[in-house]
Design a protein around this ligand. Sequence first.
Ligand SMILES: [Zn+2]
Length: 286
Amino acid sequence: MQNHIKLPKLGFVRIILHRDIPAGWRMKHATVKETASGKFFISLTFDVEMEPIGMKKEFEKVEAFDYSMPSLVVSASGGNDISKDTICWYRNLEEGIAKEQGKLSRMQYGSANYWEQKHRIGKLHEKAGNRRKDFLHKLSHDVARDFDAVIVEDINLQHMSQSLNFGKAVYDNGYGQLRNMLTYKLNDRGKILVKVDRFFPSSKRCSVCHEVNHDLELSDREWTCQSCGTHHDRDKNSCKNLLDEGKDILNRWASGDSSLILAPSGVLSGKKLHPQAHSNVRQGGE
Ligand SMILES: [Zn+2]
């Protein structure tokens, strides 16, 4: 039956299908979810055999995304930054949510108005989430199409938001969401996502002479290298380091370095198992 799905206990339920299901796909299971605004979504999981795509081994165009607090996400090319300006519509929605939340706090808990307001806020949250997702889908699609490989930081955003108390901003910028989307969109095209070890000192290293500036504070937006005198913009320098390190990992992998493993998901990780071994390699390589 078209545009219906048969669910246990409920029988046939009318649905809107967001994507056509190609012939030969075998359904594994379905998950039903209700959103805050009262809509129901069903995610379907299929089992399907795909033709293997040959992995790309030449990397002419490489992009890097660095996580940065005030400007959210910085790109090595400069053309794919996520700044407060590029997502101002999201900020506007957020302000709207804060306003409605204030109204809710003045309502009597459990009253009809209260639940109506709660529903309105749920809808706004959903709208903000959808807009962010649309934005990130478009960005990741274009980047996966235009570049041969992408470098990201292997940072644990959840851990970071807890330890630095940046909670809200970290989740808002969607760096993690962008990384996930890039991973599968690159993999679909036989391209690679490189994760650079979280212990790599991308911010503190001078991208020109590789001297590490241990005195660099989180609040320092610009700094001058004591060793070579280069004046750096914190984010641009960090992104340049990330790009160089990622390219190095790609080249080593392409020339057969057996310590680098490409996961079936198309993620190439430069992570070493022992931090000590890692620091030795780092010194030897510089
Ligand atoms: Zn320097």
